[in-house]
Write a new protein. Structure first.
Length: 586
């Protein structure tokens, strides 16, 4: 890799080779490589006149569009660092990102000004307002070096406050060149689904434009699978990168002819369920399927796995490190663990970010030198293990390993179990106090069916207390689950009704104890103790009262395993001919 190579130089090489080749298309509109280069040069001259140079942050507040691509290349050509801000984000988040990144200029259009905090004219460049005196379209001198910033992209904030990840030209050039090393099929027509504010857009833009392909941008929202099927077929899309849940929905809707042009499909951003491989082979057998892994802090991707044509049992690996990248699985003492033993995953190499913008403490905690490789390693927060064949398998996130009712629970493991059910399209699990709540969109079936199935597939302590079914899980513009909107999907508790089946004496006893202990006005025979609000302390109180009221030798674990009122009553009745009166239970 040439030491002085800058990101936009890779694109300019394609401009010089074929200036009339289509570079980017949106519906009927498109720009050739020559037109894209000329328009970006004009923007770069304007930015340079306003003082933009090396290390200057410039916010790009634009939808996926021709103008957005022009703006990004213009910032890079001027030597600055672009900060993509998705106008589809809530206004408060837009303002938060702009406040934190403190850009010297904001590139946007008139129709988006209401989203922004008050800005003076000197801080704004409105692409739809005309560029005034037409600046030259020649390539301006660029003051940036490989060690200067190319962009700052903010994480989703799903695990806390969004962090601005600062990536240098060296990092993104290394990431882009690594694609040439691994993928033998260059993007001919790449369908870019991700928001510009999500780091997978970097893969789509620069992998395509540095190999002479055409970047295809959908006019409609990227989750309209019917339109995506039509667009893939109409445009002859060769390459596609999507989160697994979106690709699964696309496969479910698509006919084989919709996907016949595909040669390369990449899934990333979520765990890849094994059944996605078989679904892919059925609908797009001529395309290779790859599972990529990589945090934003390591420049888009760090490992990759070529999925086999045959179905897989168990977890889909994330593969091996890409060229120029190292991956270490370490224990709590920062020492490598043996093959097959889980540990925390650390990433090293040219792609490791400079750090987090305006966050020295967060940078120090996530980027460190440990003597295992040159430079710093990024602590991913993901747990993984190496298999004997040298591939990596993820086993969950550190921030998704939680304790519920005294048991350590892997939320990712529960989700992957849910996704193994043939009726489950997508799934997410959260912790609410001492309860686990599952959310799922289903192809068919019911919440009760899924809840019953989980009882046979998971340890008792890992079975969610509730299953909430919806048409689709709410997502952020970058495709990740919007956890703030999940609570609205929770089904309200339905108390017992008069016409319900006849109750047994044991069921009445348990119901009274639950009502007394939990303070609820009524319960149903199908209610789950933990869904009603039970926790470890209240469970012990119920256990003691039941032991005193019945002749059955209950174990505390029985109450975990039989959390529904009806199931617990059946257990008690199977070991005792009678129970004491309700009065004896008091």
């Amino acid at each position: 890799m040439t030491e002085d190579l800058l990101l936009h130089h890779l694109v300019e090489a394609q401009v010089d080779l074929a200036p009339d080749r289509p570079a980017v298309s949106v519906g009927e509109d498109h720009l050739t490589y020559g037109q894209l280069d000329a328009r970006a040069n004009r923007v770069a001259h304007l930015l340079a006149e306003r003082g933009v140079g090396a290390e200057t942050p410039v916010a790009v507040v634009l939808e996926r569009s021709l103008d957005a691509l022009v703006a990004i290349l213009g910032v890079l050509k001027a030597g600055g660092a672009y900060v993509p801000v998705d106008p589809d984000y809530p206004p408060d988040r837009v303002r938060l990102l702009l406040a934190d990144s403190a850009p010297e200029l904001v590139i946007t259009r008139r129709g988006l000004l209401d989203l922004l905090p008050p800005l003076d004219a000197a801080t704004l460049l409105l692409l739809d307002a005309g560029l005034g005196t037409t600046p030259p379209d020649t390539r301006p001198p660029c003051p940036a070096t490989q060690d200067n910033l190319a962009y700052t992209i903010y994480t989703s904030g799903s695990t806390g406050t969004p962090k601005g990840v600062m990536i240098t030209h060296r990092g993104v050039v290394a990431s882009t060149v690594a694609r040439d090393d691994f993928y033998r099929a260059d993007p001919v027509r790449y369908l870019m689904l991700s928001s510009l504010a999500f780091d997978s857009s970097v893969a789509g833009i620069f992998w395509t434009l540095t190999r002479g392909g055409t970047l295809v941008l959908p006019e409609t929202p990227s989750y309209d699978v019917a339109e995506l099927c039509r667009l893939t077929q109409a445009c002859g899309v060769s390459h596609l990168l999507a989160i697994p849940s979106l690709y699964a929905a696309l496969l479910e809707h698509a006919q084989a002819e919709n996907l016949a042009s595909l040669t390369t499909v990449v899934v990333a951003g979520e765990a890849c369920p094994p059944n996605l491989i078989s679904a892919h082979q059925q609908k797009a057998p001529r395309a290779r399927l790859f599972n990529e892994y990589g945090p934003t802090e390591a420049t888009v991707w760090s490992t990759v796995y070529a999925c086999p044509a045959s179905p897989l049992d168990g977890t889909v690996p994330i593969g091996r490190p890409i060229s120029g990248t190292s991956a270490f699985v370490l224990d709590d003492c920062m020492e490598p663990v043996p093959i097959g033993v889980p540990g925390e995953l650390y990433i090293g190499g040219h792609g490791v970010a400079r750090g987090y913008a305006n966050d020295p403490d967060g940078t120090a905690a996530s980027f460190m030198s440990v003597g295992l490789a040159p430079g710093r390693l990024h602590r991913t927060g993901d747990f993984a293990r190496y298999r004997p064949d040298g591939t990596l398998v993820l086993s969950g996130r550190a921030d998704r390993q939680v304790k519920v009712r005294g048991f350590r629970v892997e939320l990712d493991e529960i989700e992957m179990t849910l996704l193994r059910h043939p009726h489950v399209r997508e799934a997410h699990v959260i912790v609410d106090g001492e309860r686990l709540a599952a959310f799922a969109s289903l192809r068919t079936g019911s919440a009760d069916e899924i809840a019953t199935w989980m009882q046979t597939e998971l340890p008792t302590h890992a079975v969610p207390s509730e299953v909430n079914v919806c048409d689709a899980l709410p997502r952020l513009p970058n495709g990740k689950i919007d956890r703030s909107r999940l609570s609205a999907l929770r089904a309200p508790h339905q108390p017992a009704v008069a016409a319900e089946e006849q109750w047994t004496d044991t069921e009445r006893l348990i119901a009274q104890i639950w009502q007394d202990t939990l303070g609820v006005p009524a319960v149903s025979r199908r209610d789950n103790f933990f869904k009603l609000g039970g926790d470890s302390l209240s469970l012990i109180r119920v256990y003691n009262r039941l032991r005193a009221a019945t002749r059955t030798r209950l174990a505390i674990t029985d109450l975990f395993r039989h959390a529904s009122l009806h199931a617990l009553a059946q257990l008690i009745d199977s070991g005792s001919e009678s129970v004491r009166s309700k009065g004896d239970a008091r």
